[in-house]
Design a protein around this ligand. Structure first.
Ligand code: AMP
Ligand code: ZN
Length: 482
């Protein structure tokens, strides 16, 4: 597989350092509120990246942290009158629920900043010993940016300006390139931190945000590992600072490859609460869309291009044209799958393990190759639809259909698509929205399990949404209620 590397500004081949397992780290969510669909663009593309590696035959080791102590988590937990732990546990659980709905593979490890305070304190001690950090009179500790020769390499800061301009120290976790400064490794306890402080050789306080990733990468991935990833906003200062901390400590290159994802925009603009265009999965579900439909939208653009999520139609109404398009696309994929499955005589959908084992691409090999070529998801989608159009399913032998279906499901699995159900011959069900189809599937499962109250409850839920489920010899049909 090939992928663009921010450090070298080139597309480079990926190969695991140890020759066996690709080991990578993704900066995870700050758990102080629901993740928005921009965050999920990043996490979803990282998931497609991992799935593509795995389906092309490589084992992976995926670490993604939880930021559960920083300026924002402390501020908002106090405003909510909760302990920091209760507050961040709540948002972590919500994040997991959203990830599951979006079909994101769980990382192999999900370490949290609060659980690694001693590791962070130890790292500060090393940096001080090596002359890269200094304590200030108030008990904070700062990283001395001028002590690290390579500072600014990832974000291409002008080295000359840096030497002349890098003076002073910044206590905030987030700042822009114009204010390159020594940054906080340890923040002395302040009034507004409430009960959220720890003891250290420099007094009471808490770690700066950038340090947690350096400490956890080293703990779980070692001094050098294969790839590090995050949204493009993390290139500076977060990843620049991580490199400075880690490499000054260990003397080794932190990561071989840097994978950054361009931001999602909403109706052409930056997402923000004040602009009223800050969408969460929950909001989109309330508007009648499914996580699978959102996932389709999120992978529809290349990760190095901005993705503009169109929420409003030409009249300014919030009709979510992008999601309606995704719904149609998924229905086409689902209908094709039903036809292909019928041809194979094997209705079972091939599972992830079967797909990992197979290499048989047939008509869909090109779509999978598009993913291996700098994770080109729009190209992969285009090739899937071209292949579907070109394939004359009725002319395939059952063996050919089986091979095509494996290839089809292999690329669907890489994209992480769960197809909505399409039942019956007439295709009338195909017109039911994905969430209705899902409820009908759940009802079928309840009936199979002879859970009649649950089946009745689901029938009523479907009816309340304007659809009728009719039992037939083959299964059921979904019809809009008059
Ligand atoms: P946070 O929870 O703010 O630490 O962000 C989690 C991840 O989402 C990071 O990798 C961010 O870079 C990324 N991110 C933040 N905003 C956006 C956006 N609008 N589009 C894509 N990724 C984003
Ligand atoms: Zn990080």
């Amino acid at each position: 597989m090939k992928l663009f590397d921010t450090m070298s500004r080139t597309v480079r081949d990926l190969a695991p350092r140890d020759g066996a397992t690709y080991r990578f780290y993704c900066c995870g969510p700050t758990v102080y509120g629901p993740a928005h669909i921009g965050n999920f663009r990043t996490f979803t593309l990282q998931d497609v990246f991992r799935r593509t590696l795995e389906l092309s035959g490589l084992a992976t080791f995926h670490v993604r942290n939880l930021t559960d102590v920083d300026d924002k988590t402390i501020r908002d937990s106090r405003a909510a009158g909760s302990t920091l732990g209760d507050f961040t546990d709540h948002w972590r659980d919500r994040f997991h629920a959203d990830c599951d709905k979006l079909n994101l593979l769980r990382p192999h490890l999900e370490p949290s900043a609060v659980a690694h305070i001693p590791h962070q304190i130890a790292m500060i001690g090393e940096l001080m010993e090596k002359g890269h950090a200094y304590a200030s009179p108030d008990g904070s500790v700062y990283y001395r940016v001028s002590s690290f020769r390579d500072y600014g390499r990832l974000s291409r800061l002008d080295q000359r300006e840096l030497r002349e301009g890098a003076s002073g120290a910044v206590a905030d976790d987030e700042y822009d390139k114009d204010s390159v400064s020594d940054f906080a490794l340890w923040k002395a306890r302040r009034e507004e931190d409430g009960d959220n402080f720890w003891d250290s050789p420099w007094g009471l306080g808490r770690p700066g945000w950038h340090l947690e990733c350096s400490a956890m990468c080293r703990e779980y991935l070692g001094e050098s590992f294969d790839l590090h990833s995050g949204g493009v906003d993390l290139v500076f200062p977060h990843h620049e600072n991580e490199i400075a901390q880690s490499e000054a400590c260990t003397g080794h290159r932190m990561a071989d490859h840097w994978f950054h994802l361009t931001h999602l925009l909403v109706d052409g603009g930056k997402m923000s609460k004040s602009a009223g265009n800050f969408y969460t999965l929950e909001q989109l579900e309330k508007a009648g869309f499914s996580a699978a439909e959102l996932r389709h939208v999120l992978v529809s653009a290349h990760y190095r291009q901005p993705l503009n999520f169109v929420a409003k139609d030409a009249e300014g109404k919030e009709t979510f044209p992008a999601l309606l398009g995704a719904r149609q696309a998924l229905q086409r994929l689902a209908k094709f799958d039903v036809a292909l499955a019928a041809r194979t005589g094997e209705p079972e959908t091939p599972g992830y393990a079967t797909l990992l084992a197979g290499k048989d691409g047939a008509s869909f090999a090109g779509a999978f190759e598009a993913l291996e070529n700098d994770l080109n998801t729009p190209d992969a989608l285009g090739r899937i639809f071209t292949a579907i159009k070109a394939l004359d399913v009725a002319s395939l032998s059952s063996e050919e259909a089986r091979r095509e279906r494996l290839g089809f499901h292999r690329v669907l699995a890489a994209l992480g698509f769960a197809l909505p159900s399409v039942a019956g011959e007439g295709g009338r069900e195909a017109e039911a929205p994905a969430d209705i189809a899902r409820l009908a599937e759940e009802r079928r499962a309840a009936k199979l399990a002879k859970d009649w109250p649950e089946a009745d409850r689901l029938r009523n839920e479907i009816a309340a949404l304007g659809w009728e489920v009719k039992d037939t010899k083959e299964g059921y049909e979904l019809c809009p209620k008059n």
